[in-house]
Write a protein that binds this ligand. Structure first.
Ligand code: ZN
Length: 63
């Protein structure tokens, strides 16, 4: 039996249940990520943004 707040899909026995995330929002990229605040020098940034602000930048696979 699915949870009471689950929504039925068009597929048999497939239900969707949605919850808001509790992860923090990075002030630079606005992504909700668990690694926001991972660098104490930038408590409001995710680690991806820290690499782009402080380091050589992330490796981009597509230009
Ligand atoms: Zn970020």
């Amino acid at each position: 039996m699915p949870p009471a707040d689950a929504v039925r899909t068009s597929l048999d026995e497939v239900w969707i249940q949605v919850h808001p995330t509790s992860q923090a929002k990075c002030v630079r990229c606005w992504h909700l990520r668990s690694d926001v605040g991972g660098d104490p020098r930038h408590p409001q940034l995710c680690m991806r943004c820290v690499v782009n602000v402080e380091g050589p930048g992330e490796e981009r696979k597509f230009a």
